[in-house]
Design a protein around this ligand. Structure first.
Ligand code: AMP
Length: 249
């Protein structure tokens, strides 16, 4: 079984992002970039399926600038076999990514496609669902458990207030939730080995698609700064302020 994993290059989750002075976006100059954490979970799940003998090949794919090769190499160091970069300097929307992934799915014919549930930079939570619509493949989103049973997939989904288990006919799409697994760290020997693994670069043209966005970011704003707090002298004063100033009780 071939597994395709979509990996996005995003601002590292430890970075405190700064909005550009002209509000056109987030300042990415000299900012540490990493693999989206939910994509790390997706890679881990695919590698575990390979270690169990269920998957035969794990292919990782990213749509983005040439620097996204770094995140693909990280995925290769974590155990993926081969990488594909669909290279574009454009800011890609979820729909553009889903179209590019659909073209890669048509080319690679994977039995399983694993994506993160959400990219932590744009917080869209829609690429897997859009790929499902474009490809006609069934999807198990927000997965906290994935089991392959013959030509079907049992996916436990994290839903509001509980868990839902669905059976999907392969080929299928899974998007990962936080509790699916705990990703491993890449060892130094594996980082070295990953440098020799195949990484193909394709242009959107070569895939016969356009990644032009139909969505334009008009404005990005930082959250309003919080005002300083005050100290109250007594519980009575606190209650009085909550009642008459904050008007919350
Ligand atoms: P989103 O729908 O943008 O929140 O992203 C959900 C998931 O879609 C991510 O965790 C990735 O698995 C995949 N994805 C989104 N953008 C890209 C991209 N540019 N390249 C590869 N995968 C992506």
């Amino acid at each position: 079984m071939k597994v395709l994993v979509a990996v996005k290059r995003v601002v590292d989750y430890n970075v405190k992002v700064r909005v550009k002075a002209d509000n056109s976006g987030v300042d990415l100059a000299n900012v540490k970039m990493s693999m989206n954490p939910f994509c790390e979970i997706a890679v881990e799940e695919a590698v575990r399926l390979k270690e169990k003998g269920v998957a035969t090949e794990v292919v990782v794919v990213s749509i983005g600038p040439s620097q996204a090769q770094e995140q693909l190499r990280t995925a290769l160091a974590l155990g993926a076999d081969r990488g594909i970069l669909v290279e574009t300097a454009e800011e890609v929307s979820s729909l553009a990514v889903a179209k590019a992934l659909k073209a890669v799915v048509d080319k690679e014919q994977p039995q399983l496609v694993i994506l993160g549930k959400q990219a932590i930079d744009t917080d869209n939570n829609q690429t897997g669902q859009m790929l499902g619509a474009l490809s006609g493949m069934p999807q198990g989103t927000f997965a906290s458990r994935v089991e392959v049973e013959g030509d079907a997939l049992k996916v436990t989904r994290e839903i509001d207030g509980g868990l839902q288990t669905v059976a999907l006919k392969l080929p299928a799409i899974v998007t990962t939730d936080l509790r699916l697994n705990e990703p491993r760290y890449a060892s130094l020997p594996n980082i070295m080995k990953a440098k020799k693994k195949p990484l193909e670069t394709l242009s959107p043209d070569a895939l016969g698609i356009s990644v032009a966005s139909s969505v334009k970011t008009l404005k990005v704003e930082a959250p309003a700064a919080r005002g300083a707090g005050i100290k109250v002298a007594s519980v009575a004063e606190l209650v009085e302020k909550l009642k008459n100033e904050a008007k919350v009780i």
